[in-house]
Write a protein that binds this ligand. Sequence first.
Ligand code: ADP
Ligand code: MG
Length: 477
Amino acid sequence: MKDFEAVIGLEVHVQLATHSKIFAVSSTKSGAEPNTFTDPVTLALPGCLPVLNKRVLDFAIKLGLATNCKIMRESILARKHYHYPDLPKGYQISQYDKPICLAGHVNVRVGGDVKRIGLTRIHLEEDAGKSVHLDAAPISLVDLNRAGVPLVEIVSEPDIRNAEEAGAYMRQLRQIVRYLDICDGNMEEGSLRCDANVSVRKIGATEFGTKVEIKNLNSFRYVEKAIDYEIERQIGVITSGGTIVQETRLWDDVSGETRSMRSKEYADDYRYFPDPDLLPLIVDDDWIDNVRKTLPELPEQAYRRFTNTYKLDPYIVELLTEEKLVSSYFDQAVSLHNNPTSIANWITTELFGRLNKEGTNLTECPVSPENLAQLVKLIDDGTISGKIAKTVFDEMFETGGSPAHIVETKGLRQVSDSGLIREAINAVITANPEQVQSYKSGKTKVFGFFVGQVMKDTQGKVNPTLLNELLKKTLDS
Ligand code: ADP
Ligand code: MG
């Protein structure tokens, strides 16, 4: 294994979150009764002409800008021919030699380093329908709800060298399309799918080896496992004197292997040509500028800003920038109370913990960023202790109430009145002469016992710093 290195390029299909299909009016929603979201264009009835959904182009340009691509002023929709029951026209409308985006890159964090992965191109496509093969009878059924759903395909350069980098790259793409709000990123439902091209070569070789394409990997884990398996398989073939055949393979997660599906098809096989039903796509500078104005802060920028401005731990920043919803939540809270470290901790521990436990996420969070900021403020100005804050937080999560209100109505305000604290201390000392004796004889560990007793007697409301100070004075005097 040590004499070889792998070369990997990914082709990632992203389902765009438009309401209607790429060339037709039917809905793109999933989960409907088969063949209910169809129309004459989707069914390829004779005499029907496709009309491009403008939003598809907006989304593709947005993605191209976010991944540092060149947006092409003219691109062409082409017919890619193959025959399959779920493709009623007999061809798929795609882009061939003139795609909408060229030559971009993304920066991916892998094991503490940042690696740049080149994008060859991003092109538009329509999805095909779905064939359902019944076990019981020699019958296959076709559902065309998905036919004509808009996709972009993101083709990477062969810059990836192992499964970990491939996984990180996929996660990064998912994060970007979700920040851009152009795809829900749901891999189980197929909104994001990946074909992995894998080859191996002797270390030091200048030419790439023959590649194998593994089709339709629809989870990060499958991408990583299939690549690992394939690298090992190819090295095995080569070291035992064989050669790699260029082919398309499938990942079988049950056996943990890739299996040969068919020999590789070449572009010539598809008889690509410009679709005469569709005009060239002409995009001018104004159009691109208008799309650029809609770009949000991207995950990489948010990561850098959180790291540099707030000096937060990289692991915490990773969690906070995973989703735009979370980073905006954090930003909002910090804008109301400037304690980023504490707010970050509350979000990533208590808040995420509770959301996880309830099996929900930030979209349905009962605790608003305003209320979380207010809670941290109440701790910072000494109104409540950190311990009481957890009780208040639980109540906030249950009721959606404001922390100030909860503290007042439940009488949870921290006691910082030294007179009252001294009284509580004296009561505990009087009631526990033996512990006082052992403290005096040098067993200073019992200090914690006194703290605990006073806290218990005061329902945890005593200011802990003040308590420590006064208790020590009293015991040492
Ligand atoms: P094809 O003509 O077979 O579709 P492309 O040149 O279009 O091949 O590349 C498809 C994908 O395969 C790209 O992501 C590219 O980076 C990757 N790729 C190309 N050559 C290799 C190779 N030798 N090993 C691994 N990946 C490769
Ligand atoms: Mg290709």
